[in-house]
Ligand binder design. Structure first.
Ligand code: S3P
Length: 471
């Protein structure tokens, strides 16, 4: 049996990388309760952006020489990517100053991992790594936790098969899965059937080791971090807008990438939790600093502003080739809105916390075209609907939509099943800060995948949490 290479302990046993010694070692479920809190006041800096953090370590491994990364998100998902890149032969180290260094073997120079790569809860990590591994002529086997092994991998395995990659996966193209690249992979032109930055990125990363031009056609724009970072690393990449408005991204493979110095901006998907908390907790005035404002990620801010939120963006500046700003939010009664389907990709991870804002808004909020939510860390439409109902909020769940009937008061008092989903856990803890009765989540341990400092930073603003031994 090959050893299991596991960067972060997750919620299953496995070896841990050096830097995980700072992380909690007890990974049993951790029930947590949030209680109505006084005004939230002060400022905080969210952790580094998760998407950019994964890509920094991956592109660092695919460049020849040393890439330096400041502000990396040290959450379990990204630690899994650090472990995966080590398994492919990269040297990945963390200095005492929390600066990470990646010395890459470079495109085409990766080594065959000795064991199974356990990616824990990290969908982005494993889908991008499948692309990297798939274009190399060796076998790599990936697995994950109870959430990840249920998620669809066919969306990246299908284009990889077209490149000539051999795949053995569990039924329905689920993990565990093994990919083995051919000696000479075939370049493809692939039109994305789902709006997914993960699929786009997986193909582009595979394309780096394919002779010739790999083309991805994206009918609906999704987050563009892979393209921006590939440009910065000196890849032969070209982006064009088609006649129908789609983005056509071409990458020429088998060129060397140049190592970079990366400064990771704050994660807007993590910033979303204190932002909504400040809006719904009476008397609050909170500034969330250093937040990435890339337009492919700002759908939640746009929606909250339409709902009447008091949000001011201060100190706009450039960090590492991306726009960032400090977001000042003051409590304000919101009104319900209809969120158009076209906005979904720019706020795909923010619907759980938007649903919490919607519960406190006057009138109905309708979220449409959110079918992708059903294949995230959990079926998020079902998880949000069940959590809101348990706390006295009326919702209407459609196959690809969610309608939340808002009200000035949310009864609360519910126990929420978090289903191994960090964003469900954080969203309902935020609900509890403003609901009439405390709200309990059955497991807050998953929050460490993306926002390990969540509880401490929110407590610093005045949020009230307590361990809930009675679940
Ligand atoms: C991500 C893309 C999104 C998002 C995920 C991170 C990325 O997924 O949900 O958390 O870093 O590429 P899809 O674009 O596949 O929907």
């Amino acid at each position: 049996m090959p050893a299991v290479l596991s960067g972060a302990p997750h919620r299953r046993p496995g070896g841990a990388g050096d830097e995980t010694s700072q992380m909690p070692t007890d990974h049993g479920p951790k029930p947590l309760r949030a209680t109505r809190s006084g005004p939230l006041k002060g400022s905080l800096r969210p952790p580094g952006d998760k998407s950019i953090s994964h890509r920094s370590l991956m592109l660092g491994a695919l460049a020849v020489g040393e890439t330096v990364v400041e502000g990396l998100l040290e959450g379990e998902d990204v630690i899994s990517t650090a472990a995966a890149m080590r398994a492919f032969g990269a040297t990945v180290t963390r200095g005492e100053d929390a600066v990470w260094r990646v010395a890459g073997p470079g495109v085409g120079g990766l080594l065959e991992p000795e064991g199974v790569i356990d990616y824990g809860n990290a969908g982005t990590g494993v889908r991008l790594a499948l692309g990297i591994a798939g274009s190399h002529a060796f076998a790599t086997t990936f697995t994950g936790d109870g959430s990840l092994i249920k998620r669809p991998m066919g969306r990246v395995l299908d284009p990889l098969r077209r490149m000539g990659v051999q795949v053995i996966a569990r039924s329905g193209d689920r993990l565990p899965a093994t990919v083995r690249g051919p000696d000479v992979p075939v370049p493809v032109e692939y039109r994305l059937p789902v709006a997914s930055a993960q699929v786009k990125s997986s193909i582009l990363l595979a394309g780096l080791n394919v002779p010739g031009t790999t083309t991805v056609i994206e009918p609906v724009p999704t987050r563009d971090h892979t393209e921006r970072m590939l440009q910065a690393f000196g890849a032969a990449i070209d982006i064009e807008t088609g006649e129908d408005g789609s983005r056509i991204i071409r990458v020429d493979g088998r060129h060397d990438l140049k190592p970079q110095h990366i400064v990771v901006p704050g994660d807007p998907s993590s910033a979303a939790f204190p932002i909504v908390a400040a809006l719904i907790v009476e008397g609050s005035d909170v500034t969330v600093e250093n937040v990435l404002l890339n337009p492919t990620r700002t759908g939640l801010l746009e929606t909250l502003i339409e709902m009447g939120a008091d949000i001011v963006i201060e100190n706009r500046r450039a960090v590492g080739g991306e726009e960032v700003g400090d977001i000042r939010v003051r409590h304000k009664r919101l009104k319900g809105v209809r969120v158009p389907a076209s906005r979904a990709p720019s706020m795909i991870d923010e619907f759980p916390i938007l649903a919490i804002a919607a519960a406190f808004a006057e009138g109905d909020t309708l979220m449409e075209g959110i079918g992708e939510m059903r294949v995230k860390e959990s079926d998020r439409i079902a998880a949000i609907a069940a959590g809101l109902v348990a706390n006295g909020v009326t919702v209407e769940e459609g196959p690809e939509s969610l309608l939340v009937h808002g009200g000035a008061e949310v009864p609360g008092g519910g126990l929420v099943a978090t289903r191994l989903d960090h964003r469900i856990a954080m969203s309902f803890l935020i609900l509890g800060l403003a609901a009439e009765k405390p709200v309990t989540v059955d497991d807050a341990a998953t929050i460490a995948t993306s926002f390990p400092a969540f509880q401490g930073l929110m407590t610093g603003l005045g949020a009230r949490f307590e361990e809930a031994t009675d679940g």
